[in-house]
Design a protein around this ligand. Structure first.
Ligand code: ZN
Length: 526
């Protein structure tokens, strides 16, 4: 596509769209962190205006023409390549360790085409009405959650779901199921066929294993994790840990928000948030998790950043990186060998008499509970299993939303052995459905499974635990940058996983990883 006029035109158009996208990102971040309480509705107007500009620019006729002409160039280039084998530098300017620039251009073109199609298939009026509805439904959800009453939320949830089904219908290819369309939006190549199999394996293996863990006579002492951990020290420690695992503070910042998250304007401005809590492990692992997301964004290649392909490959791939740092590295005794002494310097009183092994066991304890965001590593994916099964029923079997609280409670009892006493700690706990994010949840579990597969592979090519023990995280992080981060959206998550591990996605690694780690901790023969 190099030398194609249309490509330059597309690039120019994108250079006008991307700043609007960045401004929206920054406003979202600001809303969650620094914006004053009363900013709400007026800032929402700014966001609405910007979102509309973005929509207009991305569905513009001239953009459509540029896309068509670029696709023609790309097609011609491919045919040319096929006909002229070994014709040298036709692939266009890849350097020894940089990305193939022709592959980059194709990825940007593909992303722009998908975004154009996605937005232009939804009638503008409906799109606006839906934006208003989700702004309202998030508020209704928050009120319902506070009053622990699902019936307040049910009518608006039904409306959001109806919109989502209609929108999925606009996007569906002939014969494609609606829930598959929704799943595809977050994770390409993982529809119900793949996910049914994945979740079936988790259900068959992890539900009984979790019961064995709960019946184990091993008791883990963790009382010292809750207590008087001053916020200022937690903040210093959070910065230390983020930096230690490799988050670059010259290219990023750390702030505070109720629900930790990460966002990026580009690879030199990556924003993390975390929270501080009297449960010190919650704050420690939340910052390591977000730093994992941040390291991913900082590692995206310079030739991709500020383009539509300059983000993480997918939701699950992003989550694989945060969970790799949080769980595979962070909940690993080797990691704490060089770090635990520092932790004790910050909290000498609180951790008095607590040895490193006791600390690591405590932060790895299994305690199935009702709240997904507080779940331990082992039971986490069972929270996702509940949501996956319910979403599928809502979308594919027209389950009445009124049935949700009852089914939710039954499934929690069956898979996790706990039953919510009210909707606030049950079906109302997550914001996702109020925002119309159906199909999002499975990426959390998939990400964990990707991380386990990567770990199994990396242990074959380097001594991961030995490096951690020696305080050398850099080679581990660099390996991930080289094989995952720098590609942004140039390759799909499936391709990245296959290129890195030499194998297609295989959830067996995840189940084995969990059984080995927690079997050892709870002395269960597996
Ligand atoms: Zn995350």
């Amino acid at each position: 596509m190099k030398g194609c006029d249309a490509w330059e035109e597309l690039e120019q158009k994108m250079e006008r769209v991307m700043p609007v996208k960045a401004a929206l990102t920054l406003l979202e971040w600001d809303n969650e962190t620094l914006a004053p309480e009363e900013a709400g509705s007026l800032t929402a107007k700014i966001q609405g205006g910007l979102a509309e500009s973005y929509h207009q620019m991305m569905t513009d006729e001239a953009l459509k023409e540029a896309l068509k002409r670029c696709e023609a160039c790309a097609g011609a280039a491919e045919r040319g390549l096929a006909g002229a084998e070994g014709s040298g530098d036709e692939t266009g300017g890849s350097t020894a360790d940089g990305l193939d620039q022709e592959e980059v251009r194709r990825a940007i073109l593909r992303e722009a085409r998908e975004e154009y199609d996605r937005l232009s298939r939804i009638p503008r009026e409906e799109y606006r009405a839906y934006q208003e509805l989700t702004a309202k439904s998030a508020r209704v959800w928050a009120r319902a959650k506070e009053s622990r009453d699902f019936s307040l939320f049910a009518p608006v949830l039904k409306e959001v779901l109806d919109y989502q089904k209609r929108f999925a219908g606009y996007q569906a290819k002939p014969g494609q199921k609606l829930y598959d369309v929704m799943l595809d939006e977050y994770e390409k190549g993982f529809g119900m066929k793949e996910l049914d199999e994945f979740f079936r394996m988790l259900k068959e293996e992890l539900v009984p294993f979790l019961k064995q863990v709960q019946e184990s006579p091993v008791r883990i002492h963790d009382g010292f994790l809750t207590g008087d951990y001053p916020e200022d020290q937690q903040r210093e420690l959070a910065e230390y840990l983020a930096g230690y695992v490799g988050f670059d503070f010259r290219r990023g910042v750390l702030a505070e928000s109720a629900h930790p998250f990460t966002t990026a304007l580009h690879n030199r401005d990556v924003r993390l948030t975390t929270h501080y809590s009297e449960k010190v492990d919650s704050s420690l692992f939340s910052v390591i998790h977000e730093a994992g997301h941040g390291i991913y964004e900082q590692g995206i290649d310079d030739s991709l950043t500020q383009t539509l392909a300059g983000e993480g490959a997918s939701m699950a791939m992003h989550e694989s990186q945060s969970r790799f740092f949080e769980n595979v590295i962070g909940r690993n005794e080797a990691f704490w060998v060089p770090v635990y002494g520092r932790l004790k310097e910050w909290f000498p009183e609180q951790l008095k008499g607590v040895g490193r092994d006791v600390f690591v066991r405590a932060v790895s304890r299994v305690q199935p509970g009702l709240i997904r965001t507080e779940a331990d590593e082992l039971s986490y994916s069972l929270h996702i299993l509940v949501r996956y099964e319910l979403e599928k029923q809502l979308v594919e079997e027209d389950l009445d939303v009124e049935e949700l609280p009852g089914l939710w409670a039954e499934k929690y009892e069956e898979y996790l052995g706990v039953r919510p006493e009210h909707d606030g700690e049950g079906v109302l706990q997550d914001i996702h459905w109020s925002q119309g994010s159906f199909g999002y949840f499975p990426s959390y579990a998939l990400g964990s499974a990707f991380a386990a597969q990567m770990y199994a592979h990396m242990k074959k090519v380097m001594d991961v635990d030995g490096l951690l023990e020696a305080g050398q995280i850099e080679p581990v992080r660099e390996y991930l940058r080289e094989h995952v981060h720098r590609f942004g959206k140039v390759r799909t998550s499936r391709q990245i996983l296959r290129d890195m591990t030499g194998e297609d996605f295989n959830p067996r690694y995840y189940v084995d990883y969990l059984k080995e780690k927690y079997g050892k901790l709870y002395q269960i023969q597996t």
